[in-house]
Design a binder for this molecule. Structure first.
Ligand SMILES: [Zn+2]
Length: 78
């Protein structure tokens, strides 16, 4: 009886983790940088909102931002 409950809990936990991971991928953050600076931000960073849309550069991953010579913003720490 106890063992079964434990197994169920494990399955529920596994499902939750999988769900969270899927959610994470689905909401894969795109990062934003400005052609006027070398910082990149989370798109919801208050500094990101100040970027002129005409100067905005989007990155799909941190690696991509790094490859362009961008550094993480110290406020939103992407
Ligand atoms: Zn930022």
């Amino acid at each position: 009886m106890f063992k079964q409950t434990k197994k169920k809990t494990a399955i529920i936990l596994l499902t939750l983790v999988t769900l969270l991971m899927t959610l994470n991928i689905a909401t894969a953050t795109t990062y934003i940088g400005s052609s006027q600076s070398n910082k990149f931000h989370y798109t919801d960073c208050r500094w990101a909102k100040k970027i002129n849309p005409g100067n905005a550069i989007y990155f799909s991953s941190r690696e991509e931002a790094f490859s362009y010579g961008y550094v993480p913003c110290k406020v939103c720490k992407p």
